[in-house]
Write a protein that binds this ligand. Sequence first.
Ligand code: ATP
Ligand code: ZN
Length: 300
Amino acid sequence: MEASTQRIKIAVQKSGRLTDHSIDLLERCGLKVTKSKDQLICYGENMPIDLLLVRDDDIPGLVGDDVCDLGIVGLNVVEEKRLKLEQEGSKGQFKQIFELEFGHCRLAIAAPQGVQYEGPKTLNNSKIATSYISLLTDYLTKNNVQAEAVYFSGAVEIAPKLGRADFICDLVSSGSTLAANGLREVAVILESEAVVIQTLAPLGDAKQALVDKILQRLDGVLKVHDSKYIMLHAPRSALAEIRALLPGSEAPTVMPLEGSDDRVAVHAVCRENVFWETLENLKAAGASSLLVLPVEKMLA
Ligand code: ATP
Ligand code: ZN
């Protein structure tokens, strides 16, 4: 059994919008964990990797303080923490590694319907309710706006109705919550998605090797997103045109077909989705027997 110091700890949101995606992603990297969400720790069964299930707001701190080696959290939370530390004169002891292509949202300023918005200057002398004091303050400073950021820990969108603020600054994805509260988005402060962060503390060789392995697998899982494996037959003379039509592919494999001097089989990984139009164009260029398969894993 490995010493517990040799195990990697990954901080993941305990219960919220990022939880299922984060655990699913790690499982696609080959990690098997016991999945009970009411536990604080999920132990990895087949790798020396454990998941610490915590509130998302605590994740940058846990990684920065070296309690966890890696964390999966929204860029909005990471940037808020980084700016807060910066405003206090210290520095976040974590680095951002990948964007994970889920948890997309934006931190935006919203105004009550009917309020005229003519750019940041409209915010002058107003009160803005938010849970993101540092990001909002930074935005106001950069735009030379004098306004008061009022802290709300939740249900920010009701602040204008309660007469506690003139505007709000909150996370938006579809905008339906804003609309339901008589608000409309007027300015985007930050585009966000889930990211992986890593501690800046040195990990030692064994742990670093394991972190590198899991990051490489994560990279592989992300790369196959939308990737397709395409197989077709084509006349040799059409190869140049067919290569040009294959979306986002590297050099394809070209193999002779038994019993045919002229026709070859072409196999290629396309790092983008392959649409019907592409297949029709390939067929028009002389391709036949076209097959498109999903890609499950990739290791460059
Ligand atoms: P916790 O209890 O962990 O503090 P929370 O209520 O702060 O949870 P969630 O609402 O689960 O957090 O959101 C987690 C993350 O999901 C956000 O920080 C953000 O990165 C992302 N997200 C994506 N879309 C939205 C959205 N429409 N509203 C809020 N967050 C979103
Ligand atoms: Zn939170």
